[in-house]
Design a protein around this ligand. Sequence first.
Ligand code: SAH
Length: 241
Amino acid sequence: MLNNIRIVLVCTTHPGNIGAAARAMKTMGLTRLTLVAPEKYPSVEATARASGADDVLAQARIVGSLDEALAGCHLVFGASARQRTIAWPQVDARACAALAVSASATEEVAIVFGREQSGLTNDELERCHYLVHIPANPDFSSLNIAAAVQVITYEVRMANLQAQPAMDGGDEEPVPLATADEMEQFYEHLWQTVIDIGFVDPAKPRLLARRLRRLFNRSRLDKNEFNMLRGILAAAQSQVK
Ligand code: SAH
């Protein structure tokens, strides 16, 4: 899925930043890099900063315009360090990642980053469906471009991991949840136990009962947990009988 997401760097000035962006991408499992009219490229500095992500650099597409970079894309995000004067749909990095990952199942997605000095122009931003902003310190919101690539590709990775079955225990059959009637048996048993062990005076109002219900309703017991807790209650009761 991540193969359908491309990172586009527009008119990058410092080749070191291109290498660092490639490294940031590779650490997060992204490999498709497009460079729009980079100022100095290829460059030994880019390769040095890629530090092992040279394969991402080697496969990078180099094009002359943003239009060429976005050819075939269905969904485009433009990363912006500042709030812009143009009113445009805006998302934060996390929301961008969720949209990008879900679209990437069937569509081509691009995330576009601007120049180190001046970012993206308004014309370029208008080519994007959404602006994506990393909600940084409002008094100092401009990240280095490779750092911005790192943050956004990290969110893409997290969104992608969440879209997949959990890694550990992912092969195990999920245990069905305890049913409402089982939970009623459990609450009755729990209540009897707190009386038996002297934790509550049954003559007093039952605020505790409601609190206990709230607690266990929140945790959505599965059948194994239900059986385990019933066992603990029975053992506690047997101590006082
Ligand atoms: N001085 C430029 C900042 C450029 S930083 C400006 O004011 O626009 C280079 C690129 O990194 C930006 O164009 C943007 O794509 C990305 N970037 C930096 N900080 C960001 C942030 N807080 N949110 C989203 N993208 C950011």
